[in-house]
Design a protein around this ligand. Structure first.
Ligand code: NOJ
Length: 534
């Protein structure tokens, strides 16, 4: 386990939209470098940068054309290496986004793979042996009619993203490669080579896209895919022991045992994550849809639901809808790795979609006082809004969460000097669009709350990643929710009423609070909409 993860707090940057240094309307590496002091001052000591490699950008860069070349629109490889150096000088670690499951259809491996003549890359992707045959009943989408060779190929996501070949758990047809076939082995070696390439140039690890997707026909336990990650982890432990691997898997019981150091809880089915910020239930109390980005259903256009999000004031939320699921995952994985809680990411609506700034303060205080390695998505520190926009680079519903960072009231809200019509995406047109420069001056703003809770986390070892969580008060449908982290006690009340609970603890003064709380005579009491750390 890389030691630096113990106190890591990540800031996710969608590079297109963070800061444009050369006035072409799109963010770039130099723009990120120019904001590293901002990131550091806020209390973040690690970055995750979404894919920044050469790509036709049909899926915002998750369609990689050349894994070893920085996308020219962001700069050169040397610029990226400089970013690593500048970050390290400020004590900031940098994760790149590794996309191992698929490439762009424009990757040269794929071009060669399409050829009729057998070559080194013929089996780098997953091809059936007949132009009218799909991949059987596994449900993988496939494309036919595009290549010279008389087969169809499997997709991992969009049409532009053919799946790389890591073999099949059960190679029960002649066109399927086994996991130990030469073709599957060479794909694994190619991915290791990409990882080594960037590690040797100064990156500190990877957020791994669709980490569970490698082996096809895998079983429920992801036996095949897990075997590959364990092998990769062995390489890292031997050659790059400080390299961090964070999975986009959302199943920590599997991913952490497969060798990942951390795994996100995401807005996917059966994940408790969304109940904190978007718990839309039908009248039978079932989660009907959690995130328009994931389901394509916009709750504001949907009448037949009630919102019971825990952090929404007086929505009647129940922390057990989150903690039941979370605690099971936590207990089963706390000895192996970390669970990563997120404010949101580039695939979800922003939390401000459903929560006010006062509600967000409590949500973030919770995220940043829980065990594991938390992530904040750029802009969430100011409550940047989700905008309703036409799709860009395969974003669809996700596009609204990918708009330019709002730095100031200057041109394009300080994001870029380009003509507004040339921006990658429009800035928030609202007169009251939140901006960093104003919130920095406002005591108690959301931004300043993020800064102070992160300062507390860095100062108090007990509030960092380690698995020292104990529940002190948690009752179905009741408030407050109270938990202990080593010598510290955290209590939250998202409702508009004063609440209290008996906990068997000594009197303590709050060392940090939003609103107000007391702990005396074995009773913890919280004012409306309060969070206190004692
Ligand atoms: C997950 C990424 O987060 C998302 O943005 C992307 O579209 C898919 N994987 C495909 O790579």
């Amino acid at each position: 386990m890389p030691g630096w993860l113990k106190d890591a707090v990540f800031y996710e940057i969608y590079p297109q939209s963070f800061c444009d240094s050369n006035s072409d309307g799109i963010g770039d590496f130099q723009g990120i470098v120019s904001k590293l002091d901002y990131v550091k001052d806020l209390g973040f000591n690690a970055l995750w940068i979404n894919p920044c490699f050469d790509s036709p950008f049909h899926d915002a860069g998750y369609d990689v054309r050349d894994y070893k070349k920085a996308a020219p629109r962001y700069g050169t490889n040397d610029d990226l290496i400089r970013l690593f150096r500048e970050a390290h000088e400020r004590g900031i670690h940098v994760l790149l986004d590794l996309v191992p499951g698929h490439t762009s259809e424009e990757h040269e491996w794929f071009r060669d793979s399409c050829a009729l003549e057998k070559n080194e890359y013929s089996d780098r992707y997953i091809w059936t042996d007949f132009c009218f045959r799909g991949a059987g009943n596994f449900g993988y989408p496939y494309v036919g009619g595009e290549a010279e060779r008389p087969g169809t190929y499997l997709l991992n996501f969009f049409k532009c993203q053919p799946a790389l070949n890591y073999g099949w758990l059960d190679a029960d047809e002649s066109w399927k490669c086994a996991m130990d076939s030469e073709a599957a082995r060479s794909t694994i070696e190619a991915v290791k080579d990409v990882m080594r390439f960037w590690m040797d140039r100064g990156c500190d690890g990877f957020r791994v896209d669709m980490a569970a997707s490698l082996v096809k026909g895998d079983d429920e336990k992801k036996t095949g895919t897990s075997r590959i990650w364990r092998e990769i982890r062995q390489m890292l432990d031997r050659d790059y022991p400080e390299c961090a691997l964070v999975a986009e898997w959302s199943d920590p019981e599997l991913s952490l045992r497969a060798g990942f150091h951390a795994d996100f809880l995401l807005n996917v089915e059966n994940s408790p994550y969304s109940t904190l910020v978007r718990d839309y239930q039908n009248h039978a109390g079932r989660l009907i849809f959690s995130d328009p980005c994931f389901t394509g259903v916009d709750p504001s256009a949907h009448m037949d639901y009630e919102d019971h999000s825990f952090f929404r004031m007086d929505a009647g939320g129940d922390i057990l809808r989150f903690m039941d699921g979370y605690l099971k995952l936590y207990e089963n994985t706390k000895d192996v790795g970390y669970i990563s809680l997120i404010t949101c990411n580039h695939d979800t609506v922003r939390p401000s979609y459903n929560l006010s700034n006062d509600e967000l303060k409590l949500f973030y205080a919770f995220l940043f006082t829980m065990p594991g390695v938390p992530f904040l998505y750029y802009g969430d520190e100011i409550g940047q809004r989700y905008l309703s926009l036409r799709t860009k680079e395969g974003g669809y519903f996700r596009t609204g969460s990918r708009t330019p960072m709002q730095w100031s009231r200057e041109k394009n809200l300080g994001f870029s000097d380009a003509e507004s019509k040339d921006l990658y995406l429009p800035t928030d047109p609202a007169a009251d669009a939140p901006v960093v420069s104003e919130m920095q001056k406002e005591a108690g703003s959301l931004l300043e709350t993020v800064r102070s809770i992160l300062a507390l986390r860095h100062q108090e070892k007990d509030l960092q990643a380690q698995p020292n969580l104990e529940i002190l008060y948690m009752e179905r449908g009741e408030l407050p929710f109270v938990y202990r982290r080593g010598g510290r006690i955290c209590a939250v009340n998202p409702s508009s009423k004063k609440v209290s609970a008996r906990i068997d603890e000594q009197d303590k003064e709050p060392i940090w609070q939003v609103g107000a709380g007391t702990l005396s005579g074995g009773i913890v009491t919280l004012d409306p909409q309060s969070f206190a750390v004692f």
